[in-house]
Design a protein around this ligand. Sequence first.
Ligand code: VGL
Ligand code: ZN
Length: 198
Amino acid sequence: MTKALIVIDVQNDFCPNGALAVPQGDKIVSGINALMDDAATVILTQDWHPAGHSSFASSHSDKAAYDLTQMAYGPQVLWPDHCIQGTVGAEFHPDLNQKRADLIIRKGFNPAIDSYSAFFENDHVTPTGLEGYLRTRGITELTLVGLALDFCVNYSAVDAAKLGFEVTVIQNLSRAIDLNGSLDAATAGMQNAGVIIA
Ligand code: VGL
Ligand code: ZN
């Protein structure tokens, strides 16, 4: 029953004034830092795209940001350019305590496939390696917090539950983009998968 706290994508581009700002994304940082004090293991995820990533609307001449498109692996929302490798926008929020992290796992680096989940890319088959890391360390219980509740937190939580981990998402230490009802759909999907929403 070893536990880990997984902090999803608390990066400048997902905070106010960022390229893909999540409303009040910065308001969760101090609470997450406090939670780290009691956590056995802390893992951070970092959205980490190459310039020109296929999930960027700017890579599709006929599309605008937040349009939906069809990729080889299924439907994909097209985003403003964000979290480009090596940019300030891709850095963690400056107040986030990074010192406690045992592992920082990057995702979204494959130019052809987006990766919301910390476990699998959006094709739902290409692993990030996080599952193996957790299993080899004997970690079975996960607490998830971060950005965005209806995208990366949601996909990570559902995948973790499907893989057999015991998963809790702390709602007030997460914030949503809420695009066309995505928050309600995400909440229902997490509950269906057996995720505890605290
Ligand atoms: C995210 C959209 C695109 C997230 C990442 O962290 O929720 N959302 N890339
Ligand atoms: Zn992204």
